[in-house]
Design a protein around this ligand. Structure first.
Ligand code: ATP
Length: 246
């Protein structure tokens, strides 16, 4: 469904992605993991057309992503950026209603879907009338996730969507998201720093480092046959709770 073909992307003074090729199949969940600055968010920005490649091609459904195809491609995906990306001048409800209104949904339908999603992400409905600045980081993130799910798009690009959540809500939402991904057959690309979360939600892990792919496979592939010492170090860095002393 999504493809980067030999893509090179630089920002001033930084090569973010180097000759990177990746394909994401329809109906599959893939997690992009890797150290900070390895280029994970840039992959999502390229697929949403927010940035253009310096070299190489970006294809959605087999067709090059162009300014003409961008609008329709965006309507078919839900995108959560790291900081949520909510419009500050609109309430949570206003943010959620934007795309549905554009698509001609009635007020009743919008309100119904908001209530359904608020329950899913465990957000009190009263919070919906607040502006983003009046929400906690975790609440903002949940509203951003709701916004991405509002119109039930076939594809979801999620950049650390659970990063600012407390561990109990995060755990709950991981379970809910897995159900959503499995039962609704979504194509999902998820960026996370949490290997356990990546392995729980995604069948495929793509480990990136310095703008390149270090290894692409299942968690079992990475564990059994790490492509480099970096892969082993990355997996070993996930800390377990220490044994309580007697
Ligand atoms: N707008 C920008 N201007 C300049 N450099 C940028 C910009 N966006 C990203 N970069 C740089 O490009 C590289 C890749 O950034 P990117 O955000 O894709 O990494 P990431 O793997 O998502 O990082 P993180 O896990 O910290 O979010 C980094 O070196 C980053 O500093």
């Amino acid at each position: 469904m999504f493809e980067l073909d030999r893509v090179q992307k630089s920002y001033p003074g930084v090569v973010a992605l180097e000759d990177l090729s990746l394909r994401f199949a329809r109906g599959r969940v893939c997690a992009l993991i890797g150290s900070s600055g390895s280029g994970k968010s840039t992959v999502l920005r390229l697929l949403t057309g927010l940035v253009r490649p310096d070299r190489g091609k970006v294809r959605v459904d087999g067709k090059p992503l162009t300014s003409a195809s961008l609008q329709s491609a965006r309507l078919r995906l839900g995108y959560v950026i790291q900081e949520g990306g909510l419009f500050p001048h609109l309430t949570a409800q206003g943010n959620l209603a934007l795309q549905p209104r554009y698509l001609g949904w009635t007020q009743t339908r919008i309100a119904g879907r908001c209530a359904e999603l608020a329950e899913l992400v465990r957000l009190p409905v009263s919070v919906m009338q607040r502006y983003p600045a009046e929400l906690s980081g975790g609440q903002r993130q949940r509203v951003a996730l709701m916004r991405a799910l509002m119109t039930d798009p076939p594809a979801l690009l999620l950049d650390e969507p659970l990063g600012a959540l407390d561990p109990i809500v995060r755990h709950e939402l991981q379970s809910q998201l897995r159900t959503i991904f499995e039962t609704l057959d979504k194509t999902v690309i998820l960026v996370t720093h949490d290997v356990a979360e990546a392995a729980w939600l995604a069948s495929r892990l793509v480990l990136m480092h310095d703008g390149r792919i270090v290894q692409d496979g299942t968690l079992a592939d990475l564990q059994r046959d790490p492509a480099s010492a970096y892969v082993r170090r990355f997996l070993d860095s996930a800390r377990r709770l220490p044994e309580a002393s007697a």
